[in-house]
Design a protein around this ligand. Structure first.
Ligand SMILES: Nc1nc2c(ncn2[C@@H]2O[C@H](COP(=O)(O)OP(=O)(O)O)[C@@H](O)[C@H]2O)c(=O)[nH]1
Ligand SMILES: Nc1ncnc2c1ncn2[C@@H]1O[C@H](COP(=O)(O)OP(=O)(O)O)[C@@H](O)[C@H]1O
Length: 185
């Protein structure tokens, strides 16, 4: 019996370092494939359409939902985010590992629809450090930071729902741990 190809979900509060860890991991192992989500959020300076996200408007997002093109989707801090289904299916059918970087609500949907997925939670070393990172990133207004910190409290409380927790103290160490979980290194 062949082993089912693995889908891995990486979740954790905004500002914990998910993007930083994934970027470091892909610098070492460019072959690691990460799903590019669709979002109604506006691009941050330096973000490019089709790279960090597919940036879409509300009507386009409605169409993706109505056409069943999203594997999961959620509203987070006032914007919608979703995982395009087709690219993920194609990778899994080829037997290649798939990584999704999505929020708690998305992780729960994946757990329901694909119970074989492994769910990884990225935790901050402390609450104060999370606030420092999110604020220090300088990409969000105070109002948006507060929304994200409110969501972070809910996400941190849901950590026991995940299969594995990694604490983001050292980017290099967490990236290596994640690679091992993906079966890449
Ligand atoms: N459910 C779901 N969440 C997503 C998706 N893409 C991104 N997210 C999550 O949406 C939240 C906000 O993402 P973003 O605005 O890029 O902020 P950042 O994670 O703080 O850099 C994060 O928790 C992401 O993991 C997706 O396709 N589905
Ligand atoms: N291990 C770490 N130690 C210190 N700062 C970190 C660490 N990981 C990430 N950061 C910083 O924290 C901020 C948020 O990281 P980011 O990757 O954007 O988080 P997320 O994608 O989870 O929202 C960034 O400024 C990043 O440079």
């Amino acid at each position: 019996m062949s082993e089912r190809p693995r889908l891995t979900v990486l979740s954790g509060p905004s500002g914990v370092g998910k993007s930083t860890v994934v970027a470091h991991m892909r610098k070492m192992h460019p072959e690691v494939w990460l799903s590019v989500s669709a979002t109604t959020r506006h691009p941050r300076p330096g973000e490019k359409n089709g790279v960090q996200y597919h940036f879409v408007d509300n009507d386009e997002f409605d169409k993706l939902v109505a056409n069943g093109e999203l594997l999961e989707w959620a509203e987070f801090a006032g914007n919608r985010y979703g995982t395009p289904r087709a690219a993920v299916q194609e990778k899994l059918e080829r037997g290649e590992p798939v990584l999704l970087e999505i929020d708690l609500q998305g992780a729960r949907q994946v757990r329901e629809s694909m119970p074989e997925a492994q769910l990884v939670f990225l935790a901050p070393p402390s609450w104060d450090e999370l606030v420092r990172r999110l604020t220090g990133r300088g990409t969000e207004s105070q109002d948006v930071i507060e929304k994200r910190l409110a969501a972070a409290k809910i996400e941190l409380a849901a950590e026991p729902e995940f299969d594995t927790t990694l604490v983001n103290t050292s980017v290099e160490q967490v990236a290596a741990e994640l690679l091992a979980l993906l079966g890449v290194a």
